[in-house]
Design a protein around this ligand. Structure first.
Ligand SMILES: NC(=O)c1ccc[n+]([C@@H]2O[C@H](COP(=O)([O-])OP(=O)(O)OC[C@H]3O[C@@H](n4cnc5c(N)ncnc54)[C@H](OP(=O)(O)O)[C@@H]3O)[C@@H](O)[C@H]2O)c1
Length: 258
């Protein structure tokens, strides 16, 4: 049978008509361990403008971002993104906090940072604010990281070794699951995204496509290295904003031979 190209009917469904309750339903979390990546890109595929992602998301993107964070057990993020975006503690709004309380989750979402070399400043905002909020950061690093760097971070965070010279990403996810952190919201960046995807460790991609063109960048959504095989995405939904932003939710398939 010939594949059909057809209009999506009512889709993209207007995001503006969805309240927080609807959004929570649209972005519900499956049972069990689930790794959901959330990225914003320009319409020509860029993941940053002047080194940061903020200008790629408008007000509706912030609504989706808040909804995804509020439902997560943990925010997983690479060290490059923590540094570039100057991460702080992940707090949720009052609606999100109420939902979290019902599920037995605290008001702040724990953050887990992946770093091979443990090159993060112990006085960074993320560690300071997380300590104040009583939600210590989890630092997942390698035994190849300098002892002094690991020891300095251990003063301000829980440091766990996952791998020797390189990070064992399966071990990272295993450490989260062992702590009961099943709803894993992966917020980037592209280097870590590429690694997780190559190993078949991502379950879902939430992709905001911003109606802007910003020109070529050194790194794309998956970093700089090509994939060995095609990864197919299965659309769960496509929502749209009045300003032209699209919000796709996709289940990530297993890597396939090209
Ligand atoms: N648009 C979006 O939604 C979005 C989301 C997130 C990030 N970003 C953007 O992405 C950029 C940061 O990208 P990134 O790729 O540096 O972020 P990343 O994936 O968060 O972090 C990459 C980190 O991985 C380690 N690394 C680098 N190359 C590696 C390799 N070959 N093997 C193993 N580990 C390696 C390095 O950390 P260690 O040296 O500490 O090991 C590096 O700092 C920023 O501009 C940020 O704004 C955009």
């Amino acid at each position: 049978m010939q594949p059909l190209i057809r209009p999506l009917g009512v889709e993209p469904a207007p995001l503006g008509g969805l309240d927080r309750f609807d959004l929570d339903a649209a972005y519900s979390w499956p049972d069990g361990v689930w790794v959901r990546a959330n990225f914003a890109i320009s319409s020509d595929g860029a993941i940053e403008v002047e080194g940061r992602s903020g200008t790629l998301g408008g007000p509706d993107d912030r609504k989706v971002f808040a909804c995804l964070r509020a439902g997560a057990d943990v925010v997983l993020v690479g060290s490059g993104t923590v540094r570039a975006e100057d991460y702080g503690v992940v707090r949720v709004d009052a609606t999100g906090a109420a939902g979290r309380a019902e599920r037995g989750q605290g008001p702040a979402v724990p953050v887990a940072v992946v770093t091979t070399r443990a090159e993060l400043a112990p006085d960074a905002k993320l560690f300071r604010q997380s300590r104040e909020a009583g939600v210590p950061v989890l630092v997942l690093t390698s035994s190849g990281a300098p002892d002094a760097a690991r020891a300095a971070l251990a003063e301000v965070a829980e440091v766990v070794v996952c791998g020797e010279d390189a990070i064992d990403d399966r071990a990272v996810l295993g450490e989260l699951a062992r702590r009961g952190l099943h709803r894993i919201l992966f917020e980037g960046g592209p280097t870590l995204m590429g690694r997780l995807l190559r190993q078949g460790l991502l379950d879902e991609l939430c992709l905001t496509i911003s109606p802007v063109l910003v020109g070529p960048r050194r790194s794309g959504l998956l970093g700089t290295d090509p994939l060995d095989s095609v990864v197919r995405l299965q659309r769960t939904h496509l929502l749209g904003s009045d300003d032209g932003t699209l919000f796709g939710r996709y289940v990530v398939g297993a890597p396939q031979a090209q």
